[in-house]
Design a protein around this ligand. Structure first.
Ligand SMILES: C[S@@+](CC[C@H](N)C(=O)[O-])C[C@H]1O[C@@H](n2cnc3c(N)ncnc32)[C@H](O)[C@@H]1O
Length: 226
């Protein structure tokens, strides 16, 4: 990997992925703080729904949206995928890049918010978003960015914790109404898409890590026909 991270360019490999961030600094700071609070936030293992859904797919170009500490990205790269992994937190990306380096694997790291990244349109055989914390906007920019990245014939795999979209706002900062949930993306799927999976099912959760208490997933898997 090199050090020359071009902001938002998925073609950029870097050993210092915290440079050149494109996106809202407040979102970056919020997630950097969350990651910096702990040496390791997530389990370090790939997400169960990803492992299950990717089983039947031939490796190609994959975009991991909100890759966190990189367990999915590293697992995909090990499986022969050409991985672009995008994340707002530089703290998380540094950890992710370290894991890939330790494993001798190449991943293209993008330090950007999904909607700000200059991603090549319609060019990924798989767009994987596992529990992404994407802020909702009136123009559905994040939902559209997820769809726009998928190549014709490719698959969007969006996995989230079940029931979040109907939860009431809790004390503190988190209001579910602020975020994008799979049902919002499903609503945008037109005739160009075939829904292959849209269901709630028990989560195959990696041991340990924050979020291990969530029991069920919502899995949306849609194939772009043209
Ligand atoms: C709940 S974590 C999931 C991380 C990882 N996918 C996993 O399953 O372990 C959500 C991730 O989304 C990232 N994130 C938040 N807003 C984002 C955005 N606009 N674009 C890309 N990533 C974002 C956060 O920094 C965080 O790492």
């Amino acid at each position: 990997m090199t050090n020359d991270m071009t902001a938002g360019s998925p073609a950029s490999d870097t050993s210092s992925p915290a440079d050149g961030y494109v996106g809202d600094p407040a979102v970056r700071a919020e997630w950097d703080n969350r990651y910096a609070d702990r040496q390791q936030l997530w389990s370090g293992l790939p997400n169960g729904a990803l492992v299950a859904e990717v089983a039947g797919l031939a490796p190609g170009r994959v975009l991991d949206v909100g890759c966190g500490e990189g367990a999915d990205a590293v697992w995909l790269a090990r499986g022969g995928w050409d991985v672009t992994a995008l994340e707002v937190s530089g703290v998380a990306l540094e950890r992710a890049a370290g894991h890939a380096r330790d494993a001798g694997l190449t991943v293209h790291w993008v330090h950007a918010a999904l909607t700000e990244a200059a991603l090549p349109p319609a060019s990924f055989d798989l767009v994987s978003a596992q529990y992404p914390a994407l802020l909702r906007t009136p123009d559905a920019a994040a939902e559209r960015a997820l769809l726009a990245a998928v190549a014709p014939g490719g698959v969007l795999l969006l996995v989230h914790h079940a029931g979040m979209d109907t939860q009431q706002a809790q004390e503190g900062d988190f209001d579910p109404a602020d975020y994008v949930w799979p049902s919002m993306v499903a609503e945008l799927l037109d005739d160009d898409w075939e829904v292959e999976v849209d269901e709630e099912r028990p989560r195959v959760a990696p041991e340990g890590g924050a979020g291990a208490h969530h029991a069920n997933d919502v899995v949306l898997r849609a194939r772009r026909l043209r």
